[in-house]
Design a protein around this ligand. Sequence first.
Ligand code: FES
Length: 111
Amino acid sequence: MKQWIDIAALSDVPRLGARVVAHGEDEIAVFRAADDAVFALHNRCPHRNGPLSEGIVHGHRVTCPLHNWVIELDRGEAVAPDSGSTACYPVRVENGRILLELETAAEAAHG
Ligand code: FES
């Protein structure tokens, strides 16, 4: 079953930055754009699993730190000419808190 889980305050994630949330064996990268839009992606680049949370956020995209692929934060898709995608998670901000929709079977912990 899926459930909305409070993972951090919006202010815990710097603008144009990211925070990593553990989700079972996986990591979820939660990004905050300059306009305070928040996105959540699997913390692995579709190219060779680079840590997207360490990339550069610009607009609603992130540039992977390893080989500069550009990934759309809202869909997890690589921008052409590259192709591939990484999983994205439903996320919303409510009363200054970031909520992620996750399977409750797996445990979410603050990263
Ligand atoms: S691992 Fe991200 S561009 Fe290569």
